[in-house]
Design a protein around this ligand. Structure first.
Ligand SMILES: C[S@@+](CC[C@H](N)C(=O)[O-])C[C@H]1O[C@@H](n2cnc3c(N)ncnc32)[C@H](O)[C@@H]1O
Length: 273
């Protein structure tokens, strides 16, 4: 198996990646090795990563770089296609995809601001081939206040992707919500430390089929979810009021939510420690 870290170290030009990225990529990109793919990296600095990708994916892969710094054009002499432009400019992307057509992998390692990341994602998703992926690096910037990132914010990349999560779930008929372009194209989203991956589906997705039931029968089991079963011992809440709701109020009622949410709030506190 080809070793990405080895190619990073042996690249003839300077490159910079967080150390945890190599294992993630080694796994994530396996299925693209030696395939005829188009990979685009946004933000290429001195070009070191372009050499790494070429070695890793093999000769059949076309490696394209996008950079704001016009000096990057010099890297074309090494056989890479380089486009100079601003990733937060929708016109740049329109012209880019008019020239290049559809691509398989997009890696965003540009300026990492909310607008740059979100524009890149939204202007590109239409042009990702089925089975492809969008990889956004350095997503810790969604939680960084300093260095001009002004996060956490409602408009951070990570928060934006939670809206995509909702569109994925629209495929389930229980939601009774129309599926949109994103519901049809995004298979899944993966979150790592500082990397977010948008996995493009292998083909156009539709509403999920109704729940399958292997015996073709209805109500084969007695569903206990809303019952207050006296024989099952449950934890007594320390708070008398919450305990009263828990014991006496219907699990379907909004009042019962007071109990549920207060328990969840305690779990949220643990995550925020
Ligand atoms: C961290 S460096 C890229 C490093 C490179 N990917 C690597 O792995 O070695 C970020 C690059 O993004 C470029 N950049 C910043 N803002 C950009 C923008 N709005 N559009 C395109 N490139 C941008 C910077 O000029 C810089 O070269």
């Amino acid at each position: 198996m080809k070793n990405l870290k080895k190619f990073f170290k042996s690249s003839p030009k300077y490159s910079i990646k967080w150390s945890n990225y190599f294992d993630i990529y080694q796994n994530l990109f396996k299925r693209f090795l030696n395939k005829k793919i188009i990979l685009v990296e946004v933000g290429i600095g001195n070009g070191g990563s372009l050499f790494m990708w070429r070695k890793f994916f093999g000769k059949r892969a076309q490696i394209i770089g996008i950079e704001l710094n016009p000096d990057a054009k010099k890297l074309e002499k090494h056989g890479f296609k380089i486009f100079i432009g601003d990733q937060s400019d929708p016109n740049f992307w329109k012209n880019f995809y008019k020239r290049i057509g559809k691509i398989d992998i997009l890696i965003d390692d540009g300026g990492h601001t909310n607008l740059q990341q979100i524009t890149t994602l939204m202007q590109s998703i239409k042009y990702l081939n089925y089975g492809g992926m969008i990889v956004i690096e350095d997503t810790h910037t969604s939680f960084m206040k300093d260095k001009g990132f002004k996060n956490p914010s409602k408009y951070s990349l990570i928060n934006f992707t939670t809206l995509l999560i909702e569109t994925i779930h629209r495929r389930n008929p229980m939601l009774k919500k129309e599926i949109n372009f994103f519901s049809k194209k995004v298979q899944s989203i993966e979150y790592y430390d500082s990397i977010t991956v948008i996995n493009i589906s292998k083909s156009k997705l539709t509403k999920s089929k109704n729940l399958e039931n292997n015996k073709k029968l209805r109500n084969l089991f007695d569903d206990f979810r809303y019952k207050k079963e006296k024989n099952i011992s449950t934890h007594k809440d320390d708070n008398i009021f919450l305990n009263l709701i828990k014991q006496k109020v219907s699990k379907r009622s909004y009042l019962y939510r007071i109990y549920e949410n207060s328990v969840i709030k305690r779990y949220i506190k643990l995550l925020k420690e």
